[in-house]
Design a protein around this ligand. Structure first.
Ligand code: DQA
Length: 145
């Protein structure tokens, strides 16, 4: 099966961006680890980071056409703003887990609302990059059911 990991705006800055909040690992480190973990279990993992809302939306449209089985999404700041990306994910009908590196509930009030959480199968936040690993583990189990 195929899993697509989507990373929203500014996550290309991981490693140097507010490391006390987001950690010292780079996005490449995380993506490589996820790819290996998926491959080790016989699955294919793709990933995209974009700072542009429309690119993420179009990637979700393609994912539907490609028959992607599961999405892992960190919409970053689009979490709190993007009805358009929410609608794209809904339209795709692909199940997904929402991931945030930081504990958004312990931060500014504007980060407490998500346009994704009510339509996600699950939400993981506050565990740093481990959240992606846990999301992948859950996604693979759910695909196999
Ligand atoms: C984030 C949390 C968001 O509020 C923020 O805009 C991000 C990253 C996280 O992974 O903790 O860019 O999604």
């Amino acid at each position: 099966s195929t899993i697509l990991v989507l990373h929203g705006p500014n996550l290309n800055m991981l490693g140097t961006r507010e490391p006390d909040v987001y950690g010292y690992e780079t996005l490449n480190d995380i993506d490589d680890r996820l790819k290996q973990a998926a491959a080790a279990q016989g699955h294919h993992l793709m990933h995209l980071q974009s700072n542009a809302e429309y690119e993420l939306i179009e990637r979700v449209h393609e994912a539907r056409a490609e028959g992607v089985d599961y999405l892992i999404i960190n919409p970053a700041a689009f979490t709190h703003t993007s009805i358009a990306l929410r609608d794209a994910v809904l339209a795709s009908g692909i199940p997904f887990i929402e991931v945030h590196l930081s504990n958004v509930h312990a931060r500014e009030p504007f980060r407490h609302h998500s346009y994704f959480s009510d339509i996600a199968e699950g939400v993981i936040c506050g565990l740093g990059s481990q959240g992606y690993d846990l999301a992948l583990q859950a996604a693979l189990q759910r695909i196999q059911r």
